[in-house]
Design a protein around this ligand. Structure first.
Ligand code: SAM
Ligand code: SF4
Length: 339
């Protein structure tokens, strides 16, 4: 019985694969969701207290050489205004984020060839030495030796979702590459000493419940320091435009199961998850996540970082408003304090 099983979340040994599948048998069951959320939130409180970690994300280029079938930045999307911020603009964005209150910064982009590794290394060194922020990178796959040089330059964490642990689905969604390649990149990042951030989308077309459980197991085996779980949201300018969106309830169950399986891993309330729950914005914060990554990209560019519908307006703040202060208020409403 899934409900009895869910109640065991805190008491018993960790769920087996079969038990996790049983918990997901009715993906939309709201009762199982609420039991899992309560357990995941308790684990989160035990490990991280009532602290909500904020990282400001700067999306410094939306130019991408890849053609991932789900993503609005894919190179085949001709109906997107492309931009690339330069060093001075990125420094200004970091300074603005620091003025708001941020001490942790994420640099994210498409796989943009003009931001070659040498240039990224100089950027990272300059940001870390000049501003003393904790820096996370999320710029896609690079040559392995570039990861090492970026680490030497001061990068701390590397977000690279594994997207799905189903090799066939992975290959269908990522022309010209494979899950094996992605896994090798993640294990290389890990062995170089990065805090790694894999993660998956929930509700990809053709994805099975079993592969979602395997996603959690993959992240547990990697001993991921961070895990980004969000729903798939179809983008109208991609081949998956007519696919069904990922279920918000199932996604939240996967977030809770991730927290229960990886108690000490940083778990963001991802932007896509917040978009899916925009009518109930407190719920994702009460289901295991301990991190939020508000967008601090300059307003004139962030509207073009259009990964999926709803993304560019996910933080309900006006241009120029302090998004850090906004999240201080949001956190307080659910009894959390930001750090
Ligand atoms: N280019 C880098 C990469 O792929 O790792 C970093 C940026 S990429 C846009 C960040 C993440 O956005 C991807 O890992 C993917 O999971 C997510 N994403 C892209 N399109 C999405 C969609 N339609 N729905 C939900 N998430 C999406
Ligand atoms: Fe490029 Fe990342 Fe989007 Fe794939 S998910 S198309 S690598 S930006």
């Amino acid at each position: 019985d899934p409900k009895a099983l869910a109640h065991r979340a805190l008491a018993g040994p960790p769920f087996t694969k079969e038990e996790m599948l049983a918990l997901l048998r009715d993906p939309e069951d709201p009762e199982v969701l609420h039991i899992l959320c309560r357990a995941a939130h308790l684990v989160r409180l035990k490990v991280f207290g009532n602290v909500l970690v904020l990282r400001g994300i700067i999306e410094f280029s939306n130019i991408c050489r890849n053609d991932c079938l789900y993503c609005g930045l894919r190179r085949s999307n001709r109906n997107l205004v492309r931009y690339r911020m330069d060093e001075e603009e990125i420094f200004a964005a970091v300074e603005r984020a620091i003025r708001m209150g941020f001490r942790r910064i994420v640099l994210q982009s498409g796989e943009d060839g003009a931001w070659h590794p040498d240039r990224l290394v100089r950027l990272v060194r300059e940001i870390v030495t000049r501003y003393g922020v904790v820096l996370t990178l999320s710029v896609g796959e690079l040559p392995f030796e570039a990861y090492r040089r970026l680490m030497d330059a001061g990068a701390y964490r590397y977000l690279m979702r594994h997207e799905t642990s189903d090799p066939e689905l992975y290959a269908r969604l990522h022309p010209g590459t494979s899950f094996g390649v992605r896994r090798e990149h993640l294990y290389t990042l890990k062995s170089l000493g990065y805090a790694t951030g894999p993660g998956m989308m929930v509700g990809l077309p053709g994805q099975t419940l079993e592969s979602l459980v395997d996603d959690v197991i993959f992240m547990r085996e990697l001993r991921a320091e961070m895990a980004g779980v969000g729903p798939f949201i179809p983008h109208p300018e991609t081949p998956l435009r007519d696919a069904a969106p990922g279920s918000p309830i199932l996604t939240l169950k996967m977030v809770a199961l991730t927290r229960l399986n990886l108690p000490e891993t940083h778990l963001p309330a991802t932007t896509a998850l917040r978009v899916a729950f925009r009518d109930n914005p407190h719920l994702p914060l009460l289901c295991g996540p301990n991190v939020v990554m508000p967008d601090v990209t300059p307003p004139r560019w962030k509207v073009h970082y259009d990964l999926y519908p709803g993304k560019t307006k996910a933080d309900l703040v006006d241009d120029g408003e302090n998004v850090y202060a906004y999240w201080e208020r949001q956190a307080a409403e659910v009894g959390l304090v930001v750090d």
